[in-house]
Design a protein around this ligand. Structure first.
Ligand code: 13P
Ligand code: SF4
Length: 303
């Protein structure tokens, strides 16, 4: 089958099976041709919660499909490649969150959505990179535990004085390994460019930013900006989409290290196979799905 045929068949199958495709903006860009919604984690969770489709195909990573299943337990949720995991989500498991909580009894737990259902089930409220500051503020607490991303947690701390944020030692290697030197090098080559940074980067890199925000936040910043040149400090999927959508503007991708290999696993052919065979179905154990729903529901209500 040619690529064109694959795309045509996916669109036909979606209609026949009453399916929707949600795609994160780090996915291979050609997936946008078949996606119903493309965006950041918060936007996609909202779509998963609202849809009346029978099948949700998640072009993203495991925790995103799992979150969709928790929000829409009666739907069939499919992840086209079962190996599409998240290195940060894998940094904390059930035992690790339990022992972290034990060290700080009676302290509310804020859980970045980039985490497993088991970890969510042990948390009070979820957040995404788009709403983390508001979520922590909403708790009105002297102290909170923040899992698993220490960089996002430290960023939130820099925005909130009255709450002490105790971070778990997790991070996203794709963002954590980007350096201040790389930003300075690009800034010297493009002094007029605005630096747009995802909050999973280290505090040093965040200090170089003109704007800090989620993937959709970064895309909206460009949309609303009169500026012509931008250094993009996040995964390459965002840079590629910006280049496609704003051909008259200049986008400098921070580094060829800023690629999430897991996000690149899914191809249009995988989506076609996923729809035909209804694979790989995501399930969440009965004793986890309810406690994991609560912190996600709370997040959606607050933000
Ligand atoms: P967003 O909240 O911007 O979608 O980020 C998700 C993610 O995986 C970033 O690494
Ligand atoms: Fe996980 Fe990082 Fe990839 Fe996002 S970019 S899915 S946090 S490994």
């Amino acid at each position: 089958m040619t690529n064109k045929d694959i795309i045509k068949n996916i669109i036909k199958l979606k209609r026949e099976k009453n399916a929707i495709i949600l795609a994160h903006c780090y996915q291979n860009i050609e997936i946008d041709e078949v996606a119903d919604f493309v965006g950041d984690s918060l936007y996609l969770s909202r779509q998963a919660a609202q849809t009346d489709a029978d099948i949700i195909v998640f072009a993203g990573v495991y925790f995103m499909a799992e979150t969709a299943k928790i929000l829409s337990p009666d739907k069939k949720v499919l992840l086209p490649d079962k190996n599409a995991g998240c290195l940060m989500a894998d940094m904390i498991n059930l035992e690790q969150i339990k022992s972290f909580k034990k060290k700080y009894p009676s302290t509310p737990v804020v859980c970045y959505v980039n985490s497993t259902a088991e970890v969510k089930s042990q948390s009070d409220i979820c957040c995404t990179s788009a709403n983390a500051v508001n979520i922590v503020k909403s708790l009105n607490s002297d102290k909170v535990l923040f899992v698993p991303d220490k960089n996002l947690g430290n960023y939130v701390q820099s925005k909130i004085e009255k709450t002490e944020i105790i971070c778990y030692d997790g991070y996203c290697p794709v963002h954590h390994n980007l350096t201040v030197e790389e930003v300075i090098k690009q800034k010297n080559l493009h002094p007029e460019a605005k630096v747009l940074v995802h909050p999973e980067c280290t505090a040093g890199v965040l200090k170089t930013a003109d704007y800090i925000g989620s993937t959709t936040g970064i895309m909206n910043y460009v949309k609303n900006s009169g500026e012509k040149s931008f250094i993009i400090v996040t995964e390459i999927g965002v840079t590629e989409r910006l280049k496609r959508d704003y051909p008259d503007k200049e986008f400098i991708h921070i580094s060829n290290k800023a690629v999430c290999q897991s996000m690149k696993l899914i191809t249009p052919e995988d989506i076609y196979n996923s729809l035909i065979n209804e694979t790989f179905e995501i399930t969440v154990p009965e004793d986890i799905i309810k406690p994991a729903y609560k912190p996600i529901e709370k997040m959606i209500k607050v933000s």
